[in-house]
Design a protein around this ligand. Sequence first.
Ligand SMILES: *Cc1c(COP(=O)(O)O)cnc(C)c1O
Length: 406
Amino acid sequence: MNRQLFTNESPSSGTRSVWAGEGKDLLQGATQVPVVHSVSFGYRDIDHWHEVALGQKEGHIYSRNTNPTVQVFEEKVRSLEKAEAAVSFSTGMAAISSSLFTFLSPGDRVVTIKDTYGGTGKIFLHHLPRFQIDVAMCETEDADGIEKEVAKGCQVLYLETPTNPTLKVLDLKRLIETAHRKGALVLVDNTFATPINQNPLDLGADLVIHSATKFLGGHADALGGVICGSEELVQRVFSYREIHGATLQPMAAYLLLRGMKTLHLRIQQQNESALTIAKWLETHPKIEEVYYPGLPSHPHYKIACQQMRGFGGVLSFSLKGGMEMVRSFLPQLRFAHLAANLGSVETVAGPPRTSSHVECTEEERQALGIPEGLIRYSVGIEETQDLLNDLEQALEAIPERIDCSS
Ligand SMILES: *Cc1c(COP(=O)(O)O)cnc(C)c1O
């Protein structure tokens, strides 16, 4: 767990992306954060060792608990989310499951939405109920329904916005206020927005969670997760993680924190390209529907404008003709990995059934209202015009309508 080293007032998030956590006494004046692979940290002075172990002096004991490289990564995210404290995990799912298991006990109740990330949905559907934790999964767009479930009483309200893969936007301020009136903690998965576009803690959330694997790292070469919030709450999750053991590895921490130095530049470019592409797709005759919160036609456009500074790098669209068309369209793309991740410098595209909701059955996906012909398109940092040209040639290459007799 990492405490505040960089004050929350200034400078801007771009400068924080570069500098937060950096420039402390590094090994022999190294300007870059060393990757400290050491499992343990030795002391000749037994009393000093004991004081570090008790948390009375700064230092490290054992890397499952804290590690210098991992600490710099935590400090960077903490600073960008303007939180008191942050703690990291081996993956985003480890951050999510550890947070839920820290704050929920048998007999408790959690309220959430149907549109959470597929893996998160699995925790709500299959794992929490095994521990006699009552789960209410609400229709994502029904704010009144969510408030009704919260009013029945709950310990945790778990939210995610924008959602994956249909980019629904929740009114965070409203839902957080409702939950706080009932004394519930509010956890928000901020992976899609990133701290550049949205800070849920500013809107009242108690904890913000990221899959650092996505936009934070930005290069699809390291897995990681992180949560940020008050010192007291983060300390509780940290204590759970110390023993549960889903620790972020130093090499992954280094890759993630190096990626984060360009976070603000990547997100600016991805925001801009995604909006341009979404607007263009909306006018294309072979496109059935486009899902992007930056489009004035999006049902939650107004809320998105209120709580986000940019609309993010992920959009989804469906093709007229459904799954058959998706099958012929996707391989035509020249500048897109057909893969399950998102938030990378390269554009990534794929259908939810093999990406965000691969953990779900066909029936579960249908129940979640994920259209069969949907494509999730995570915009990289390529030139916008090249991506538009790529989409155009791929759309041209697919038939107007699939011949069912062949
Ligand atoms: C990918 C993702 C996760 C899970 O993160 P991992 O690092 O893959 O474990 C959680 N939430 C959202 C919104 C995601 O996109």
